[in-house]
Design a binder for this molecule. Sequence first.
Ligand SMILES: [Zn+2]
Length: 67
Amino acid sequence: MSAEIIDQANELVEHNLAIAIQAARLNHDAVSAETCSECGEAIDERRRIAVPGCKTCASCQPVGLGD
Ligand SMILES: [Zn+2]
């Protein structure tokens, strides 16, 4: 394996890490909705804390987005 390939792999890892950190920061600053945008029900406070920035209740959460 050449050093160039290792450099490229390292760059990829750093790039992915930067994106993950950015996403975590965005989520941390996000404000959770108090009521579900889908059904209008109040969102459980534990869910609002556990999933910063959530807009829906647990039953209405979008599937496959890791929310
Ligand atoms: Zn809902």
